[in-house]
Design a protein around this ligand. Structure first.
Ligand code: ADP
Ligand code: 5GP
Length: 192
């Protein structure tokens, strides 16, 4: 008899919607065996980000080497400007084989690639409430330059326009309430 396989959970939504904050709360409260996939990126680490925890921070050359070697399940230049992000196959296979539910926090384009390859993935779009609220959160986070915020808001319009492609949409108006909603969605999917 084969071991119990885990599930893939895709969480998307515009930068600044609160995905990382929400996912940390879901990991804390949800009784399922959840694990977060650590993506690779070529963007520079923020002051509080630890390599191997927030992301695997790679040079463009190393990212390209791994891409050519076929290490990525998907990869996207999310904000243009040479900023690459990708899901490493290894980041999910270990978890799935151990029966874990592996969460991918990725953009809409990357999500579509994963859905093609893993059709039974659970897909959840995180909505910031409004574009004004999204802008406020990006500014209050104080991690991005004015130029980067403009680019992120531009990409956000495209992400929001694709939200109906997801099985579930959750409004992150309040982190604890939204985390409970995500946890309930996942538990309801347990027997599907
Ligand atoms: P993302 O991972 O989607 O880019 P973050 O988790 O970094 O977003 O959140 C962006 C900013 O918004 C952070 O400063 C975070 O503390 C704040 N934030 C997250 N969720 C909420 C919420 N429900 N209400 C108000 N601020 C929030
Ligand atoms: P940030 O630079 O704020 O950490 O992430 C910006 C955006 O990149 C996130 O909102 C998320 O949508 C996207 N992202 C993060 N990791 C990945 C990944 O591995 N693949 C893809 N396609 N997008 C990612």
């Amino acid at each position: 008899m084969s071991a119990i396989q885990g599930r893939v959970v895709i969480i998307s939504g515009p930068s600044g919607a609160g995905k990382s904050t929400l996912v940390q709360e879901v990991l804390r409260i949800c009784p399922l065996p959840l694990a977060l996939s650590i993506s690779a990126t070529t963007r520079a680490p923020r002051p509080d980000e630890v390599d191997g925890t927030a992301y695997h921070f790679l040079t463009p050359e190393e990212f390209e080497r791994r891409r050519k070697a076929g290490h990525f399940l998907e990869y996207e230049e999310v904000f243009g400007q040479g900023l690459w992000y990708g899901t490493l196959e290894q980041s999910i296979t270990d978890g799935l084989e151990a029966g874990q539910w592996v969460i991918l926090e990725i953009d809409v384009a990357g999500a579509m690639t994963v859905i093609d390859r893993i059709p039974d993935a659970i897909t959840i779009f995180i909505h910031p409430g409004s574009m004004q609220e999204l802008e406020n959160r990006l500014r209050n986070r104080k991690t991005d330059s004015e130029e980067a915020i403009t680019k992120r808001l531009e990409v956000a319009h495209h992400e929001m326009a694709n939200r109906d492609k997801y099985q579930h949409q959750v409004i992150n108006d309040d982190v604890k309430r939204a985390a409970n909603e995500v946890s309930t969605i996942l538990q309801a999917a347990e027997n599907i």
